[in-house]
Write a protein that binds this ligand. Structure first.
Ligand SMILES: NC(=O)c1ccc[n+]([C@@H]2O[C@H](COP(=O)([O-])OP(=O)(O)OC[C@H]3O[C@@H](n4cnc5c(N)ncnc54)[C@H](OP(=O)(O)O)[C@@H]3O)[C@@H](O)[C@H]2O)c1
Length: 399
């Protein structure tokens, strides 16, 4: 596809999909007294009737909402009088916008004219003046205003968007970033609107590709303001309409803290650091590039991590040799103890706003894309990732 893939990749800070597979075996549909009382006080008895589920996640019972709770006909009826003004057509705008449109919802896009997103939207069949408008015009048309600008752009444009919001609209985010760190972003949602969040646990590309495969992304939802008493129900329905398979509840604060923490940790930064450290030590000890890469990345991503994803860590241990198993059992606590203080520092840095400040400062610079590209070029030129390129070519399916 000719769309600006490079720009999307650059913008996409969450390229790693953290899909959480629900283990059927772990489901204990229980109703402890505390759960029953939660249900009684729950967000809406209407939703309870739709089959929300209490799942025992390793001993903690949580409520989840599934796509089955909101079949398409129900969504069409529920949103029959609504217009979704989706602002921004980057990673999430693309995935959520096309899924909403394919689900039969009335969607208009708000995008700045003649930027990369405007062109991409036209390529995807959005029509200027019909369902593609400039940001201000789209905001005025929506009953739902879905702010899917980059987090830095949400802050930059808030002074333009805020005065356009009016009573009766619902303001939607896919990240808690802007309202939670309002002292830095200056995004203070109006008190007289429902303000909700649905955060897909993956990139917009994945939101779209899973939807097209008939599957669904895992998402969290949260409510900031509930002026109508329907904010929870709206969030759950909209989560399904944008392509979620199952949805769990969180708060704006918890969403932003866990998300910033996760992508800096195991999802991206942490795992990258660990790969590099292991590879470098192998190389310093005379191992060839291909051996070092195979023992660090290729075996992990091609053989072992898929087992963890599909069946769990215990299964992966069980599938390995007794020698590998013994060594891993001895060494994982050493790694955990060495890394835990780093994770504690990272969480503190997330919670106290340092990560937000850094992200806003960097991503608001006019030349941030060029600067980011230079850093990505450094990664691209590292021996480990150049070796990876050659190793991937040798996979039989790539021959
Ligand atoms: N990406 C993910 O994987 C992911 C996952 C879950 C949640 N989220 C959240 O979803 C939201 C959207 O993120 P995203 O990654 O989809 O964003 P993105 O790919 O960075 O998209 C940025 C969009 O903002 C527009 N934009 C940038 N600066 C602008 C400005 N000054 N005025 C008007 N438009 C401007 C861009 O238009 P141009 O093309 O014209 O520059 C583009 O349409 C964020 O809150 C993010 O945290 C993202």
């Amino acid at each position: 596809m000719l769309r600006s893939q490079a720009a999307r990749l650059i913008c996409n800070s969450r390229v790693v999909t953290a899909k959480r597979t629900l283990s059927l075996a772990a489901r204990a549909v229980s109703a402890t007294p505390s759960v029953r009382s939660t249900m009684a006080r729950g967000p809406s008895p209407l939703v309870a009737a739709r089959g929300l589920k209490q799942i025992n996640f390793g001993g903690t019972v949580e409520t989840v909402y599934e796509r089955a709770d909101w079949p398409r006909e129900k969504l069409l009826d529920y949103f029959k009088n609504d217009t979704f003004a989706l602002i921004g057509y980057g990673s999430q705008g693309y995935g959520q916008g096309l899924n909403l449109r394919d689900n039969g919802m009335n969607v208009v896009l708000g995008v700045r004219k003649n930027g990369a997103s405007w062109k991409a939207a036209i390529e995807d069949g959005w029509v200027p003046g019909e369902n593609l408008f400039e940001v201000e015009e789209a905001v005025k048309k929506g009953t739902y205003v879905m702010n899917l600008l980059s987090d830095a752009a949400q802050s930059e444009t808030w002074s333009t968007i805020k005065p356009l919001l009016k009573k009766g609209q619902t303001l939607y985010f896919s990240h808690g970033f802007s309202p939670v760190f309002s002292d830095l972003t200056h995004v203070v949602p109006p008190k007289d609107l429902d303000v909700i969040l649905v955060a897909p646990k993956g990139s917009g590309r994945t939101v779209r590709s899973l939807f097209k495969e008939g599957r669904g992304i895992n998402s969290s939802y949260a409510v900031w303001n509930d002026v109508t008493g329907k904010a929870h129900e709206k969030s759950q329905a909209l989560a399904v309409a944008i392509g979620s398979g199952y949805v769990y509840q969180t708060t704006f604060e918890k969403e932003v803290n866990s998300d910033l923490y996760g992508e800096r940790g195991c999802l991206m930064g942490g795992i990258h650091g660990m790969f590099l450290a292991q590879y470098e030590v192998l190389r310093e000890n005379g191992h060839s590039p291909s051996e070092s890469f195979n023992e660090t990345v290729e075996e992990a991503t091609q053989s072992l991590y898929p087992l963890v994803g599909k069946y769990g860590m215990d299964y992966m241990y069980d599938a390995c040799s007794t020698t590998a198993r013994r060594g891993a059992l001895d060494w994982y606590p050493i790694f955990k103890n060495a890394l835990k203080p780093v994770f504690q520092d990272l969480y503190a840095s997330t919670k106290n706003g340092t990560e937000t400040k850094r992200s806003l400062e960097f991503n608001s610079q006019p030349d941030y894309r060029e600067k980011l590209e230079a850093e990505l070029q450094t990664i691209r030129s590292m021996e480990i990732w150049r070796v990876g390129k050659e190793v991937r070519k040798l996979r039989p399916e790539n021959n």
